[in-house]
Ligand binder design. Structure first.
Ligand code: FE2
Ligand code: FE2
Length: 264
């Protein structure tokens, strides 16, 4: 297939954004770009998507930190003894940070609440650890440190992505047809979660995450984490011992993101 370097750089947010990316993040973004370009003309069926499983050395649900899409994995930068959320953004959320920063930036531009902006900022970051059921995993990761409403929005954005809501301008994403197959039907537990959330008083909290969720990088939009420092300060309960060392029920999830090279 023909690769247009200019288009690739633009799709990643411009030359500055590409320069700021780690080697792995760049390789990963490149793979996504190639994937999108390869399938652009053809949307696969569920059975075609399934047939691709045995063509890869890893499973699609594996977390980004654990899989390299080009050669071997690289040495990760050292984490401080008492890591903060910002440290995880800088040192571990390599493949998800640009996407969630753009989503939070859009939510801010759209004038949503600070809690919605925070939910957008955190919504996909757990994909560094695990991708399958990332809504539920993400809510679990953040639950001790954010409000119930923010955790709710993170948990259910995953299910709501599969259901359009034209009244608020949310349509089924085209990229899902390519990712899951054009004839994909969400699992019954996803449908049940959707039905529950549809009638829940916090429906819009989760829906707003999907409305501000961006699948393609917006060229030349590279929001920095600093833009959200005050919101994090007001709505994220940073443990003084550091994330991973506060004996919370999810401390081991944070340690797994911090230390993915430990064999056991
Ligand atoms: Fe997501
Ligand atoms: Fe997302």
């Amino acid at each position: 297939m023909k690769l247009d370097p200019q288009e690739l750089i633009a799709s990643l947010g411009g030359a500055r954004a590409v320069a700021a990316m780690t080697h792995e993040a760049r390789a990963d973004a490149m793979e996504h770009y190639m994937f999108r370009a390869t399938v652009a003309g053809k949307v696969p069926s569920v059975s075609e998507v399934e047939a691709q499983i045995t063509t890869r050395p890893s499973r699609r649900g594996a977390g980004n930190l654990f899989v390299s899409h080009s050669g071997n994995v690289q040495i990760l930068p050292k984490m401080p003894d008492k890591p903060t959320l910002a440290d995880f953004f800088k040192l571990r959320f390599h493949t998800t940070s640009n996407h969630v920063l753009q989503s939070a930036n859009l939510a801010m531009k759209n004038g949503t609440s600070e809690e919605t902006i925070l939910a957008c900022l955190l919504h996909d970051t757990v994909q560094e650890l695990i991708k399958v059921d990332h809504g539920w995993w993400g809510a679990m990761l953040y639950e001790p440190y954010v409000s119930e409403k923010v955790a709710f929005a993170i948990r259910y954005h995953q299910a709501l992505r599969f259901y359009e809501d034209k009244e608020v301008g949310y349509e089924y994403p085209d990229v899902y047809r390519r990712m899951f197959g054009y004839d994909y039907q969400p699992e019954p537990y996803i449908e049940e979660a959707y039905q529950m959330v549809r009638n829940h008083k916090w429906y819009m909290e989760a829906r707003l995450v999907t409305i501000n969720d961006l699948y393609s990088f917006e060229p030349d939009v590279n929001p920095a984490l600093d833009q959200f420092t005050d919101i994090i300060g007001r709505h994220f309960k940073q443990p003084k011992e550091g994330l991973g060392y506060d004996n919370s029920p999810v401390a081991h999830l944070w340690r797994s993101i911090a230390r993915p090279d430990v064999p056991l």
